[in-house]
Design a protein around this ligand. Structure first.
Ligand SMILES: [Zn+2]
Length: 375
């Protein structure tokens, strides 16, 4: 099994499963955003999403593989890619804006192109921020033995938002496209995926797993919100990955609170199943490191230990009050607040691709089985 190379390839794979789907809306570049139906007609519904961050590919592949593998009578909705533009990669995003085919061989190529075709807004060492039309494009070479371009730029731009917000002024209400810059991770490569950030009209820089319940949510976020509102899922999954925990894995149960006993059973069932499937669980230090990235505020010191979180079993965390925090609501927060418990997963990107996909398939299967056993 290998990651999807393009969003069209993903759509083809979805169609081969014979699952029905509806097109919720289209990205600014025209990609149809899919809500795929599987399972049966029994309520309550289950909602599975992946790919809000396009570099996190095992979740995307698992979401499609589930269409064949998940056996349940419950109504299941799947949005396999919450950022099709990012999935199609950085040159594709540039091609759309420039109206011609763009091929990039190196960061040299990219820097020359942004300088020639864009309006350069900010330049510092090898970091370049440019506007082409109404889309921002950022570049930074990966750190040797360190952060990928995407991770470095995410942290750097968060720092800019807090310390030099005037730099982001021209990007207000616009997207900023980052290159993956993960040459050692198959599928992501240097430019094969892009990571989408959006600067809200209030100047806050957020990724596509934020902006829930804001009036200026990007269309990809709106689509996820719409399926949630239409189906009121009793159980949701959002599948993520990180480069910060080697090949380890953890997940969180965001608690709805109406049936705490079952929420704990759900966590235990998923933990047991993933342990049997061979998962090596992340440490608490791993989890603290990942959770801190999303804040990346220079005024916030990394927590010494996890706060407001209960370690239920190794690799399984309970989040009793899934709330907005510094960056606002993400999908699992909103699902847990309004509808039912939601599971957020993080697989380590340095594991073998098929192993990561298998762990995520196991998470969903075990979770849905726990839902069925509930009544
Ligand atoms: Zn993610």
């Amino acid at each position: 099994m290998t990651p999807f190379e393009t969003y069209n390839e993903l759509i083809k794979a979805v169609e081969e499963t014979q699952s029905s789907y509806q097109v919720l809306n289209r990205t600014p570049a025209g990609h149809p955003i899919l809500d795929v139906r599987t399972g049966g007609d029994e309520e309550p519904a289950v909602f599975i999403t992946a790919g809000a961050h396009a570099t996190e590919q095992a979740g995307i592949s698992a979401a499609v593989a589930l269409l064949d593998r998940l056996e349940t009578d419950h109504e299941v909705h799947v949005i396999p890619s919450r950022d099709p533009i990012g999935l199609d990669g950085y040159p594709s995003a540039l091609s759309h804006i420039l109206g011609r085919d763009v091929h990039l061989k190196s960061f040299d190529d990219l820097e020359v192109l942004l300088d020639r075709e864009g309006h350069v807004v900010h330049l510092e060492d090898d970091i370049l921020l440019a506007l082409i039309g109404d889309v921002g494009f950022a570049t930074k070479r990966p750190e040797p033995d360190g952060d990928s371009s995407q991770l470095y730029l995410l942290k750097y731009l968060k720092y800019i938002q807090h310390e030099f917000p005037e730099i982001l002024e021209p990007f207000k209400g616009r997207r900023i496209c980052l290159p993956a810059g993960q040459p050692d991770i198959p599928g992501s490569g240097t430019f094969d995926r892009a990571y989408t950030l959006v600067v809200g009209p209030d100047g806050r820089l957020l990724h596509l797993n934020r902006f829930f319940e804001t009036p200026w949510a990007p269309v990809e976020v709106e689509c996820t919100r719409q399926v949630m509102a239409d189906t009121e899922p009793a159980l949701s999954f959002d599948l993520h990955e990180t480069q910060l925990i080697e090949d380890r894995f953890y997940f969180g149960v965001n608690q709805h609170g109406a049936d705490e006993k079952w929420e704990r059973e759900l966590g235990r069932a998923i933990q047991t199943a993933t342990a049997e499937a061979g998962a090596e669980f992340a440490t608490e230090a791993d989890v603290a490191r990942v959770r801190n990235i999303t804040v990346a505020d220079p005024d916030v010191r990394p927590p010494e230990r996890l706060e407001g979180v209960e370690l239920l079993k190794q690799g399984c965390y309970l989040y009793p009050n899934p709330s907005a925090g510094a960056e606002g609501l993400n999908a699992t927060h909103l699902e847990a607040q309004k509808y039912g418990p939601s599971i957020g997963t993080e697989t380590g990107m340095w594991g073998a691709f098929e192993d990561r996909v298998e762990i995520l398939l196991t998470v969903v299967e075990a979770g849905v089985e726990a839902l069925e056993a509930r009544h």
